[in-house]
Design a protein around this ligand. Structure first.
Ligand code: SF4
Length: 405
């Protein structure tokens, strides 16, 4: 059976990270997953990412137990289920962080920072906790849905990043230190470029890491970017995967089709979906989701402009033409036979199947598409039987297309 040996190391790293949030050694800043983590780290904060906790609630299938608590508080059950699960989990003081990492509950924030480059929902979500913990909150609100990111937008975001300095200084008790900021950006850049190489190992026909593996191994690039720990981890993981490629060892020997996953993971069904694809001879080799933590524009010699640009240029913050360009490039690079769009019920922002893009992209690229309905955390919006039938039929058709070619 194919296993990625570095997984054990990754689990230990994540455990140490979570426990560090409660040991009192560092002040804690909460941050959105594609927010300015490097700037916060440069002030000595340990950085906590509530979306990562949302994913944990989804993956452990505890989200549905706690979402009703948020609904009782007036949050719609149809808005971001990371938000409702996280708030519900806090209200019930019921979190997998206790069972899995021995924590007392949500780590207490000293500062809360959000960036609406991904969605507006994070603003409501983070304001709830700012009020709850009586904690200072700072928001970055860049221009959205951009086809091109010009210097004008970058300047605007740089200005907003710089406006965080006084509050960061006040809460951390440390003066802004440009050298520390540059060093954090350098470490972040090195880790993110390694993560990019990790993902690209699956351009090999015998791909060594699937989308489903990627959702697990991306932990350190989300929560520990800007640290030596993340850089060391991806150095090790990359070496293992490159060795596997050299030895022609992949997670699915002789895959009959190569698939791209678009949209959010369905956290509570990762294992089921992974088994479904592999048992049908399909390798899910690439995704927009795992690629979202590749910030290849980071440059420690130009830390403000490069971080502002990288965080504004992310896939989710782009217009349709830019998204189609990026997807077309990935299709070629990973030799994709078909794309699955996860149309997530509670995440409008990371669902690209609602306004006809799958058809338009197919017209341009010729790559067949399937849309499945589901959700990141709330499995009440996912019909397993219906999805299995749709996916199996789609994969059969793809194979027939390949034979006919
Ligand atoms: S991008 Fe989607 S899943 Fe992520 S926080 Fe925003 S609404 Fe929730």
């Amino acid at each position: 059976m194919y296993i990625i040996k570095s997984t054990e190391k990754m689990k230990a790293i994540m455990g140490n990270y979570f426990r560090s949030l409660e040991n009192g050694e560092k002040k804690v800043a909460w941050c959105t997953s594609v927010g300015p983590a490097e700037l916060l780290r440069s002030f000595g904060f340990e950085v906590y990412f509530p979306e990562n906790h949302g994913a944990l609630l989804g993956a452990t299938r505890t989200a549905m137990d706690v979402i009703p608590e948020a609904v009782k508080m007036g949050y719609s059950g149809h808005v971001c289920s990371y938000t409702t699960a996280d708030i519900g989990s806090y209200l019930r003081n019921d979190t997998p962080l206790k069972k899995h990492y021995g924590m007392k509950g949500h780590p207490k924030p000293d500062l809360i920072a959000f960036n609406t480059n991904q969605c507006r929902e994070v603003q409501d979500w983070f304001y709830f906790f700012a009020k709850e913990f009586n904690c200072p909150v700072v928001g970055i609100t860049p221009p959205r849905y951009l086809e091109e990111v010009t210097q004008k937008e970058v300047d605007l975001v740089v200005e907003q990043f710089k406006s965080m300095i006084p509050i960061c200084e006040q809460v951390s008790g440390q003066k802004f230190d440009e050298a520390k900021f540059k060093e954090t950006v350098r470490l972040s850049k090195e880790a993110t470029l390694l993560w990019q190489k990790v993902l690209k190992t699956s351009t090999a026909m015998n791909a060594p890491i699937s989308f489903f593996d990627g959702t697990i191994h991306m932990g350190p690039i989300v929560v520990l970017r800007g640290t030596q720990i993340a850089k060391d981890y991806y150095t090790e993981l990359l070496a293992e995967l490159e060795e596997n490629v050299k030895n022609n060892e992949g997670f699915l020997p002789k895959a009959r089709t190569r698939i791209f996953w678009e949209g959010m993971p369905i956290w509570g069904k990762l294992r089921m979906l992974s088994d479904l694809f592999t048992s049908n001879g399909a390798a899910v080799v690439a995704s927009t989701y795992c690629s979202s933590w590749v910030f290849d524009k980071f440059d420690e010699n130009d830390p403000w402009n490069s971080t502002a640009r990288a965080y504004t240029e992310i896939f989710i913050n782009r217009g349709e033409k830019a998204k189609m360009r990026m997807l077309s490039d990935w299709f070629k690079e990973y030799r994709i036979d078909g794309i699955i769009y996860h149309d997530s019920k509670t995440c409008f922002n990371n669902s690209n199947a609602k306004f006809g893009m799958p058809q338009r992209l197919k017209d341009i690229t010729g790559v067949p598409a399937l849309v499945i309905e589901g959700d990141l955390c709330d499995l009440r919006f996912f019909s397993e039987g219906q999805s299995i039938t749709k996916i199996e039929t789609f994969l059969e058709q793809l194979e027939e297309n390949i034979v006919l070619k």
